[in-house]
Design a protein around this ligand. Structure first.
Ligand code: ADP
Ligand code: MG
Length: 627
C-alpha cells in the first residue's frame, strides 16, 4: 500500500515530468531549443515520469515474478525513444504518470471514508474518581470506570448510561441522522456526539474492542479482500500483460515483413503495446468496489468485502427472522396468569430464569418486573434452548419457561386454567416446575415501522421473494406478517434454528438467499445463507462476526438501500468493463490497421483509465441515508 510520502513523491515527479515535456514541446512547436537543453528536459521527463512505474514493475518482477502493467508503459516509452520519437515517449510517460497520480488519489479517497472515524475519537475523557472529576487520556480508561459527558462532547468509549439523559447524534456509527434519546441503561458508542444532556457513562469496553475499532478493522479487511470480479481482473491483467508483450513483438515482426522500415515497425509495435494495455480493465472493478464499500460504511452498513457486495446484488430471496428483526424487540408483557402462589412470586421466578437471556422476550419480562419493583428470584444453572425456551434450577428443583415445544420436552400438559391465554394471538410463554405448569405470560411485540417500508422497498421491481422465519406459533407470526405486508404463504413458523438452515438450503435451489437476523440464536442461519445480514450490531460482536453484511442501526430500510447500492455497483462494474474493453478494441484496431499515432493511442488509453476510475467514484456519492 502506498504511503503518504510515496503519494507526495508521485505528485512531484508528475509535475517535473510535465515541466520537462512542456519545455520540449516549445522546441517542437515554437522555436528550436539548443540540442543539449532539449536532451536534458526530455531526459528529465523520462526519468520523472518513468521512475515510479519502472520501480513498481521491477519490484513486481523481482519479488513476485509477476509482470506488471507498468512495465508495458516503460517498454513502450523506451521503444519510442529508440526510434527517435522521444517527444511522443515523453507524452506517454507524462499522461501515464498523471493518470496514475489521479488514480491513487481517487482510490485513497475511497479508502479514507472510514479512517476518518478514527480521527473522531477524543483524546481525553472526564473520569469520575473519589476526588471528583479528572481529565485522563482515553487510553487509561478501564471497563467499570465512570466518565462524565458534557453537552457537545464526543463519547470517548463504548459504555452504558448510568445517570442522566440526553440526545446523541450517532450518525458516525449508525449513519442515522436523527438524534437518539438516551437515558439510564442505554448503550452509547465511541465517537458519537452528546448533543444536549449531562450523562454519566460506565465504560463497558476497552478502546481496542470498541464498536468503532471493530468497524475500522472490518472495513479495512473488507477493502483488502478481493471480490470474484476483482480476482478475475487481476488474473486477466496478469495473463494479458504477457500476451500483450508477446503480441507486440509479433506485431513488430509483422509490420517489418509487411514492408515497414525496422524503426517504423518498432514505433507501430509500441503503439500496439500502449493501445492493448489493460490498465483500465484492471482498475475497473476495484474503483467501483472501494467507492461502494466506503459509501456504505458512511451510511452505517458494513460489507465484509466486495464479495458480499456482489452477493447482495444477486440475492433473490430475503429471509427474515421475526422476533427482534421484523419486530421491535421491545416486547411488552400483556397478560400474566399465575396458577400457584401470588403473581409477584410467579413473576420473580420467571424473571430469575430470564435474568441473563438475550432474547427480546426475556427483556420484556425484566422490564415488567423492574416496573413493579419485584426482585428476580435466584435461579442457577440456567441454560437456553434456542427457539424453545430456557431451563434452570432453584432450591426446590428444576424450572423452565418456553413454548409448546418446551412443554412437550418437559412432559408437561397444558392445564385447563391456561387454555384462554394460550389461545391469544400473542407470543405465549409457559412457565413450569418439573412436569407441572405454574403459570403463563403473554408477550406482544410490534412490527417495526422501518420493516414495513423495507419489505415494500425490497419488493419494488418484482422478482424478490420474502420469507419470515420464526420459532413462534403460526397464528402469531401470520398476524404480524399481515401488518408487514407479507402473505401467509411467506410465513414459516414453529421453526428450530436448524429448520431455518434447512429452509435456507431449500431456498438456495432457486437463487441466492440472504438471511436477515439480529444475531440472537440465528448465527447458524446467518452463516449458512449466501449473504448473512445482521442488524443493530453496534455493540454485538457475535452478530458482527457471523454476518457478511452488518447494519449498524436497527433500521431495515438500510438493507433495501444497501441492495440498491450493491446493484448499482454491479452495473458500474459492467459499464467500466465495457468502456475499458471497448476502448481497447478500438485502439488496438487503430494501431494495427490504421497507423494510429502513438500520442493518440496514449490519450485514448489514459483517458479510458481515468474515465473508469471517475465512473467508479460516482458510487461514493451514494451514501445509504434513510432520508
Ligand atoms: P424468532 O425465530 O421469531 O426470532 P425464536 O426462535 O428466538 O423466535 O423463539 C421462538 C420461540 O421460542 C419464542 O416465541 C418463545 O416461545 C420461545 N423462546 C425462545 N427463547 C425464549 C426464552 N428465553 N424464554 C422463553 N421462551 C423462549
Ligand atoms: Mg430472533
Amino acid at each position: 500500500m502506498a504511503s503518504e510520502s510515496e503519494d507526495a513523491a508521485r505528485v512531484y515527479l508528475t509535475v517535473l515530468c510535465w515541466i520537462g515535456l512542456a519545455i520540449a514541446a516549445l522546441d517542437a512547436f515554437v522555436q528550436p531549443l539548443p540540442a543539449g537543453l532539449l536532451r536534458a528536459v526530455l531526459g528529465l521527463s523520462y526519468i520523472a515520469g518513468g521512475l515510479p512505474a519502472a520501480r513498481s514493475a521491477l519490484t513486481e518482477l523481482w519479488q513476485d515474478r509477476r509482470l506488471d502493467i507498468d512495465l508495458l508503459m516503460v517498454v513502450a516509452a523506451l521503444a519510442a525513444a529508440a526510434v527517435g520519437a522521444t517527444l511522443e515517449g515523453a507524452v506517454l510517460l507524462a499522461l501515464f504518470s498523471l493518470s496514475q497520480t489521479l488514480e491513487h488519489r481517487a482510490m485513497g479517497k475511497a479508502r479514507q471514508a472510514v479512517e476518518a472515524l478514527m480521527q473522531l475519537r477524543p483524546e481525553t475523557a472526564l473520569r469520575e474518581g473519589p476526588e471528583g472529576v479528572e481529565e485522563v487520556p482515553v487510553a487509561d480508561l478501564q471497563p467499570g470506570d465512570h466518565v462524565m459527558l458534557r453537552p457537545g462532547a464526543r463519547v470517548p468509549v463504548d459504555g452504558r448510561v448510568v445517570d442522566g439523559a440526553g440526545h446523541l447524534d450517532e450518525s458516525t456509527v449508525t449513519g442515522e441522522a436523527e438524534p437518539v434519546r438516551k437515558s439510564a441503561g442505554a448503550t452509547v458508542h465511541e465517537a458519537t456526539v452528546n448533543l444536549d444532556g449531562i450523562l454519566t457513562v460506565e465504560v463497558t469496553r476497552s478502546l481496542a474492542t470498541s464498536t468503532v475499532a471493530q468497524m475500522i478493522r472490518l472495513v479495512t479487511e473488507a477493502q483488502a479482500m478481493k471480490s470474484p470480479s476483482e480476482r478475475f481482473s487481476d488474473w486477466f491483467g496478469q495473463r494479458y500483460t504477457v500476451a500483450v508483450l508477446a503480441g507486440s513483438g509479433l506485431a513488430f515482426v509483422g509490420f517489418w515483413m509487411a514492408g515497414y522500415l525496422p524503426g517504423d515497425a518498432l514505433y507501430r509495435a509500441a503503439t500496439v503495446l500502449v493501445a492493448a494495455s489493460p490498465c483500465a480493465v484492471v482498475i475497473s472493478v476495484p474503483a467501483a468496489i472501494l467507492s461502494a464499500l466506503s459509501a456504505a460504511a458512511r451510511g452505517g452498513v458494513l460489507f465484509k468485502g466486495g464479495g458480499a457486495l456482489e452477493g447482495l446484488a444477486e440475492v433473490s430471496t430475503f429471509a427474515f427472522d421475526k422476533t427482534g428483526t421484523l419486530t421491535t424487540g421491545q416486547a411488552e408483557v400483556t397478560a400474566i396468569r399465575a396458577l400457584e402462589g401470588s403473581e409477584a412470586e410467579f413473576l420473580a421466578l420467571a424473571a430469575g430464569l430470564e435474568a441473563q437471556s438475550e432474547h427480546p422476550i426475556a427483556g420484556a419480562l425484566r422490564r415488567e418486573v423492574a416496573e413493579r419493583g419485584i426482585a428476580p428470584a435466584p435461579v442457577y444453572e440456567v441454560q437456553s434452548h434456542p427457539s424453545e425456551g430456557i431451563t434452570g434450577h432453584d432450591d426446590q428443583g428444576p424450572l423452565w419457561a418456553g413454548n409448546q415445544r418446551m412443554l412437550a420436552r418437559m412432559g408437561a400438559m397444558l392445564p385447563d386454567g391456561l387454555a384462554d391465554i394460550a389461545e391469544r394471538l400473542e407470543t405465549v410463554i409457559l412457565v413450569g416446575r418439573g412436569s407441572r405448569v405454574i403459570g403463563a405470560l403473554a408477550v406482544a411485540d410490534t412490527p417495526r415501522e422501518t420493516a414495513i417500508a423495507a419489505v415494500a422497498a425490497l419488493r419494488e421491481g418484482g422478482g424478490t421473494r420474502i420469507q419470515m422465519m420464526t420459532g413462534d406459533r403460526a397464528e402469531v407470526a401470520e398476524r404480524i406478517a399481515a401488518r408487514l405486508g407479507l402473505r401467509p404463504d411467506e410465513v414459516h413458523a414453529g421453526l428450530l434454528p436448524a429448520d431455518k438452515v434447512l429452509l435456507i438450503d431449500a431456498g438456495a435451489r432457486r437463487g441466492k438467499v440472504a438471511f436477515v437476523g439480529d444475531g440472537v440464536n440465528d448465527a447458524a442461519a446467518l452463516a449458512r445463507a449466501d449473504v448473512g445480514v445482521a442488524m443493530g450490531v453496534a455493540g454485538s460482536e457475535v452478530a458482527l462476526q457471523a454476518a457478511d453484511v452488518a447494519l449498524m442501526a436497527d433500521d431495515l430500510r438500510k438493507l433495501a438501500a444497501a441492495r440498491k447500492l450493491a446493484r448499482r455497483t454491479v452495473r458500474v462494474i459492467r459499464q467500466n468493463l465495457t468502456i475499458a474493453i471497448g476502448a481497447m478494441a478500438v485502439l488496438v484496431t487503430g494501431s494495427l490497421f490504421f497507423e494510429l499515432p502513438l500520442p493518440l493511442a496514449v490519450v485514448g488509453h489514459e483517458g479510458g483509465t481515468v474515465l473508469v476510475v471517475l465512473n467508479g467514484l460516482r458510487l461514493l456519492a451514494d451514501p445509504i441515508r434513510t432520508r
